[in-house]
Design a binder for this molecule. Sequence first.
Ligand code: MN
Length: 244
Amino acid sequence: MSSSSNSRRQFIKQTGKAGIAMASMPLIHTLGGLQLREEVNYIQQPLPYSFNALEPFIDAMTMEIHHTKHAAGYTKNLNDACVAEKVDIKTTSIIDLLESISKYSTKMRNNAGGHYNHELFWQSMQPAPATTPTGEFLKEIEKSFGSFADFQKAFTEVAKNRFGSGWAWLIVNEKGELAICSTPNQDNPVMDIAETKGNPLLGLDVWEHAYYLKYQNKRADYISNWWNLVNWKFVEDRFNPFKL
Ligand code: MN
């Protein structure tokens, strides 16, 4: 790596941390030497598609309630907790906060996780038809899991078996390897308290609020339909080292 790319990267990291107004400036999230795009700040972003865009796999009413009530609530409560616990959101990135979440309250943990997880979740979906991973990223999936179908099977099992509310994740761990894991409630693999740590590439919300109106108790059907909606371009962009 040249020193000019080093300093530019450092510049972007610091610029990104300088203020929440720079929403379009990606932060570089480093873990084990691997660099990823990091574009979540403290503000809830508009959905990148309409409430009904994910029909028939996720219904418009679920999307509207999920985005405008549940997720909006996490964002509001996160900002309230930051005021109460004196977190300067102009100088503390969401990643910084999550990586030291054990220092804060349960309210902070639940809502910082809830905000970050949902901001990723909306972006990681797109209207059908289904897409699949390509290129180098597909090769990584095959290296780690055997095939794309084997990966989907393993991820589906983890998502189905998460007891109660939580998330299933595809992460890149500290060794730069792909892995599947799961977290309870609104925890995520960025948190210092997480059992399995890593950079989230793709997360699936398996809280009942994400599917109950259409699927009731049939979480497995929600998961199998959700595969039609994964935005693999977004996931791949998070995996590919950020070249400057
Ligand atoms: Mn949710």
